[in-house]
Structures are given as structure tokens and as C-alpha cells.
Write a protein that binds this ligand. Structure first.
Ligand code: GLY
Ligand code: MN
Ligand code: MN
Length: 439
């Protein structure tokens, strides 16, 4: 059984007896004129099907039926737009029990929903799909004189699939390991290529080249190549500044491989040698990341790694005089009064998977107070502390405009975690040696 078929079987086993679930893939989106954005399927749809074409719908009918609706073969359209499986070949290749042309969806759904008590769907995401769902329900209700009943219970499919996606199976873990390797190699390539006087986009080009050269299909998100003061803009992605001798460059970039994202940040000197203040802040962020790693093991709450990183950063912010001593005496004072927020304003991580910020709840919604949920083996998470020092009165000038983030990807294992992004150099000595040897 394929991994996708196994996931469908696991989802079917969680559905109410006799119920039906419907899931649309993502629509195509116009970018300009008659040119679309590069097509990307819906992650949950692909997780359950492995099927990457647009205009497709998955229907699951408990206890065991899985049905695909997809585009028909069409010689003319295939000459212009590329190959299509068509229902028959798709059924065979992807292991569905039945497959129909997408044009038959309305007619078939009116039959498939007859006498079904519960319908699961991802409603609220697309007005068009919600309207289609209502139309199907209306057409089943219209058969009531002949004794047919329509679903009386409408349930949300999203949390069921999201929770499945949160725990990566072996197939997913092997893709994510490879995605991490490719992205790490791309970061190393950018380090080797960098010289003062280059533009940020030239480093972006090195990253994209390495992603594609190694078989990754896309960047998982728009790469951030932020040099000098741009490093203090969290989502900077203009990538058009000319880099100067003495600058740091913060690169946040990861590839998408076979539907799975990686998400890595490295920050290093364009000239290959950390200055004193750059080194000081870098070592602080690295220590914060080490503390966060120490909080990653099954059973520990998700929030522990953020708390560990913030504690180290708060102490460092105090020790380096970024906050005046009369405002806080201890790291606790800094944290209680949120004095670290001007320097560290984001979380220390997020779930990672088919989406860069992947699906799955961060809190245990079944418990009173909804506490942070315990980590479990199979969860993939980023570990990404940082520090961003903007020019401000009272802040030592030597640190102004230095922004540093260090981001790695891990999968929680039975006794700790597996690092996915180890191929991206990180220790100061390793970065400097790599850049020196290739200069
Ligand atoms: N690259 C997006 C993030 O780090 O969350
Ligand atoms: Mn991230
Ligand atoms: Mn990132």
C-alpha cells in the first residue's frame, strides 16, 4: 500500500460510520494576463492522494472507499498545458477505488451523499467550494419525497488531517531529511560565493541554483537575503542591496522537495570574518539555540524551547548593556517586563512539513487552560532564535543594525531529536574556514 493510501485508510478509520469526507485541491491562480502563478496543490489533498494536478477532489466514504475526481484526458489541452492522467489512469496509479471526471462531480455527489448521516469538509476556506457543497446538500434534500435523507451533521475535516500531518511518517521523514541536506548545501554555496560588492540577489541566485540542481522543485518560500541594516527587517525579501565590506548577511531560505519544506537561516559576514560585536551577538544567539535544543525531547512542552531561548537572550541583552541596568537587574526582570521584545520579537519555532508553518495545534485543546502540548516523536519543528538591534538611544552603537537569526530544522525522535539542517555550516570557526578556503 502506498503511503498516501495508508493515510487515507487511517483517516477513514477515524470517521463516523457511514460518513463521507470531501477535500478539494487548491485552485489555479492568475498572476497576470493569461499567466498563472506556478501551480501548487493543497498540502492536505496531496498528503492523502499523492495526486498533483489542479481541478481535483478527493471523496472518502467510510468504512473504506476512496474516490478521485479529476480532469479528463484532452489531447488539445495536453498539447498546450501538459499531460493529464485522466480518471482511469489516475485510479490505477494512485490506488483509488473509483475515479470520475471532474465534470461529473455535482451529479455524483448528489448520489454519494444520499442517506449519509455526516459530511466532513474543509468549509470556510473557499466561497466557491462552500457554495458547491450547499448545492449538493440541496440536491440531496430535493430527493426527500423518495425517502432519501441528507447529511444532518456537518463536521470539520481539517483538525483530523492536521493532526495526522503533525506526526511525520517514515516516508515524510526521509524526504524532509533530504530537503534539509539540499538547503544546507545551498547555504554553504552562498557562503562560498559571497564577496563585498555583490548584490543580495546574486546570493539568492546561488541558493536557487543549488536547490534546483539537486532536484528540489521550488523554494519553500521567498528567500530572505538581508544584509547590513536589512537584517533587522524580519521578512525583508527585496534582496536588491549591494553588500559592503563589514556587513553581515542574514539568509533565511529553504527548498521544497516533493512537497516538503525546509526552513534554514544562517547569518555570516560578507567578507568572511566576524567583527568583535558581530561575534559577540552571534555567540549569544547560538547559546540561545543550544538552550532551545536542550528542551526538545518527547514529553516536554512545545513552549519549553522558546522559554529556554528567551532566558539566555534576556541575560545576554542585560550583560551586553542593550538595556540600561536601572530598568532591569535580572533576566527575570527582563522577561517579566517584556524588555527583550524590542530585540527578540518572534517565536523560537513552528511546526514544519508540507507547509512551512505546518498544520497542527500548538496547545492541548482538550485540557483546561489549553496548555502547550507535549512534544511527540515524529513532530518536525524549527529552532530559530535571533536578535535584532536597531539604532536607539541607550543601545551601544557598536551593535546597531546587526540582525542575527540562526534557524535549524529537527524531527523529534524517541530520545531527543534528529537534526535535518546539519549540512549548513554554523559554528563561527566552520563558517570562517569555509569562506577563507574558497576566497
Ligand atoms: N522562513 C519563515 C520562517 O522562518 O518562519
Ligand atoms: Mn521558520
Ligand atoms: Mn525561516
Amino acid at each position: 500500500m502506498s503511503p498516501h493510501a495508508a493515510r487515507r485508510a487511517r483517516l477513514l478509520a477515524q470517521m463516523e460510520p457511514g460518513s463521507v469526507a470531501v477535500l478539494f485541491t487548491a485552485p489555479e491562480v492568475l498572476r497576470n494576463g493569461d499567466s498563472d502563478y506556478l501551480y501548487r496543490y493543497d498540502s492536505s489533498f496531496h498528503y492523502l492522494t499523492g495526486f498533483g494536478e489542479p481541478e481535483a477532489v478527493l471523496v472518502l466514504a467510510a468504512p473504506s472507499q476512496s474516490i478521485l475526481f479529476c480532469r479528463e484526458k484532452n489531447q488539445e489541452r495536453e498539447i498546450w498545458e501538459g499531460r493529464r492522467h485522466g480518471p482511469e489512469a489516475a485510479r490505477e496509479a494512485f490506488g483509488f477505488d473509483a475515479a470520475y471526471p471532474i465534470s461529473a462531480l455535482d451529479e455524483q455527489m448528489a448520489k454519494l451523499l444520499a442517506n449519509v448521516p455526516t459530511l466532513y469538509s474543509a468549509s470556510g476556506r473557499s466561497e466557491k467550494h462552500d457554495a458547491q457543497l450547499r448545492k449538493w446538500l440541496d440536491s440531496v434534500r430535493a430527493q426527500s419525497r423518495s425517502g432519501v435523507t441528507a447529511p444532518s451533521s456537518l463536521r470539520d475535516l481539517v483538525p483530523l488531517v492536521d493532526e495526522m500531518r503533525l506526526l511525520k511518517d517514515a516516508h515524510e521523514q526521509s524526504i524532509m531529511l533530504r530537503a534539509g541536506e539540499i538547503s544546507g548545501a545551498a547555504h554553504a554555496r552562498a557562503m562560498r560565493a559571497a564577496k563585498p560588492g555583490m548584490y543580495e540577489y546574486e546570493l539568492e541566485a546561488e541558493l536557487l541554483y543549488e536547490f534546483r540542481r539537486r532536484g528540489a522543485q521550488y523554494p519553500a518560500y521567498t528567500p530572505i537575503v538581508a544584509s547590513g541594516e536589512n537584517s533587522c527587517i524580519l521578512h525583508y525579501n527585496m534582496n536588491n542591496r549591494r553588500m559592503q565590506d563589514g556587513d553581515l548577511v542574514l539568509i533565511d531560505a529553504g527548498c521544497e522537495l516533493d512537497g516538503y519544506a525546509s526552513d534554514i537561516t544562517r547569518t555570516w559576514p560578507v567578507n568572511g570574518k566576524f567583527s568583535g560585536p558581530q561575534r559577540t551577538l552571534y555567540e549569544l544567539v547560538l547559546a540561545a539555540q543550544q538552550a532551545a535544543f536542550g528542551a526538545i525531547e518527547p514529553g516536554k512542552p512545545y513552549s519549553a524551547m522558546h522559554e529556554a531561548a528567551v532566558r539566555v537572550l534576556a541575560q545576554g541583552i542585560l550583560d551586553l548593556g542593550l538595556i540600561a541596568r536601572n530598568r532591569a537587574a535580572t533576566a527575570d526582570d527582563v522577561i517579566t517586563n517584556k524588555l527583550h521584545l524590542p530585540f527578540y520579537m518572534h517565536g523560537t519555532g513552528h511546526w514544519l512539513g508540507m507547509d512551512v508553518h505546518d498544520s497542527g495545534a500548538y496547545r492541548d485543546l482538550t485540557q483546561a487552560g489549553k496548555p502547550s502540548r507535549p512534544l511527540q516523536a515524529g513532530m518536525a519543528v524549527t529552532v530559530e532564535p535571533g536578535i535584532y538591534v536597531r539604532p536607539a538611544q541607550g543601545v551601544p552603537e557598536e551593535y546597531w543594525n546587526i540582525g542575527i537569526r540562526i534557524e535549524d530544522d529537527v524531527i523529534v525522535s524517541d530520545n531527543g531529536y534528529t537534526l535535518l539542517s546539519g549540512s549548513a555550516p554554523k559554528a563561527i570557526a566552520d563558517i570562517e574556514a569555509l569562506m577563507r578556503d574558497t576566497a
